[in-house]
Design a protein around this ligand. Structure first.
Ligand SMILES: Nc1nc2c(ncn2[C@@H]2O[C@H](COP(=O)(O)OP(=O)(O)O)[C@@H](O)[C@H]2O)c(=O)[nH]1
Ligand SMILES: [Mg+2]
Length: 380
């Protein structure tokens, strides 16, 4: 705005273009109402109220009591990388641990666009209406880059997000795969302690996230498109062998017949693969999140899976193995980072690399030399 002369509000209707006025209008203050730089001038900006620090017992009773705000804050605490937060997060988890483990944990994977979020919304609403309490977690190891698509997903599950029995949490932005894994697993435990009895975990990224989510759920669901070709869907035999059910999505309208054909093809293919879970024959099914066809049947199968594997002990043993694997993965992460960040290793690594590449040093001897350098000063 200029500080020049402006026409007054009560100007006559018809004026010559170059009319001159005696009144001047002062510029408003730039920025916010208080004249400070306008960082918060957006209509959506929320006022910054400094939230009171919660004690560990407050977190625990809030989560146990079903307080959504405290649940969200507990998850934020778990997702924090600040050392002080990590220490308190572990205290909270320790206290919540006796109340965890009572949910059925279901992982849902498939290429982007296959219909995971839409399927989760349809299944989630059905379960909520049956009285279940459903928590939906997204897991995306690349989420620091693709944050936008996750927010998009959350709006796609709009009806579910509004349901009082549901809770939707987007993927943590964690950087490393190990970081995202830890945060997702701990978030799942907190949701269980809050009384959610079904946890649906959507893999958002492609690639690594499948095995990672398989490692934290009881039942793993692979969604597929009819007629898209295995190559296009990134479906390797390996991923089919992780699945406890294979579901052809979007089986509605003109696509329904093609979905039936694909179902039969996959059922045949499954015949030759090792089942993901001992004592469970991985079925191939069709479903439509739009018409709802196949969704209730799939849930029946998941419940049957729970009964069969609980009776055989496979269910509990898988969970024990997953917990052991998680412990080992954390130890390996810790050791790897200690090793590669160690000054003696850092000082020698590139020379050893060059020597083994040049063929002047055997690889084993190179690794031994670095390990020795590490151990000699590891406690220093
Ligand atoms: N016809 C039909 N379209 C669907 C169905 N499920 C999802 N879609 C559509 O497929 C697109 C991708 O779905 P989305 O759930 O975001 O897939 P995601 O990337 O796997 O989470 C969206 O445009 C949906 O509306 C379905 O059952 N039938
Ligand atoms: Mg999605």
């Amino acid at each position: 705005m200029s500080n020049g002369k402006h026409p007054p509000e009560w100007q006559p209707a018809a004026l010559p273009k170059d009319a001159v006025f005696a009144s001047s209008v002062m510029d408003g203050v730039a920025g916010g109402h208080d004249g400070l730089p306008g960082q918060q001038s957006g209509a959506t900006a929320t006022p910054v109220t400094r939230r009171r620090h919660l004690t560990t017992p407050e977190y625990v009773s809030g989560v146990r009591g079903g307080d959504r705000t405290i649940l969200a804050r507990a998850i934020t605490l778990i997702e924090s990388n600040a050392p002080a937060h990590m220490a308190q997060a572990q205290e909270v988890l320790q206290a919540l641990l006796p109340f965890t483990g009572h949910a059925l944990r279901v992982g849902i994977t498939g290429v982007p666009g296959v219909g995971k979020s839409t399927f989760i919304e349809t299944l989630g609403i059905m379960l909520c209406e049956r009285g279940h309490r459903v928590a939906v977690l997204a897991v995306d190891p690349s989420s620091s880059v693709t944050r936008g698509s996750i927010l998009g997903d959350k709006t796609r599950m709009e009806a579910l997000a509004r349901h009082p029995n549901a809770y939707i949490r987007p993927s943590p932005t964690g950087g490393s795969l190990g970081g995202v894994t830890r945060k997702s697993r701990e978030t799942m435990l907190v949701c269980e302690a809050a009384g959610f009895d079904v946890i649906l975990v959507e893999t958002v990224g492609v690639g690594q996230s499948e095995t990672m989510v398989r490692g934290m759920v009881d039942f793993f669901l692979l969604l597929m498109l009819a007629g898209a070709g295995d190559e296009l869907q990134g479906i390797k035999k390996g991923i089919m062998e992780l699945a406890d059910a294979l579901v052809i999505t979007k089986a509605d309208g003109e696509n329904r017949l093609r979905a039936m054909t694909a179902r039969a093809d996959y059922a045949r293919a499954l015949h030759y693969l090792t089942a993901a879970t001992p004592g469970w024959k991985t079925p191939a099914m069709i479903c439509s999140a739009l018409t709802g066809e196949g969704v209730a049947e799939l849930w029946d199968d998941i419940e049957r899976f729970y009964k069969v594997t609980s009776a055989s002990g496979v269910f509990a043993e898988r969970r024990r193995q997953q917990t052991r694997d998680w412990l080992h993965a954390l130890i390996e992460d810790y050791l790897r980072s200690r090793f590669f960040n160690h000054p003696a290793v850092k000082a020698r690594l590139s020379a050893v690399e060059a020597a083994v590449v040049a063929g002047t040093l055997p690889v084993t001897a190179g690794a031994q030399a670095l390990a020795q350098a590490f151990e000699e000063t590891a406690n220093g």
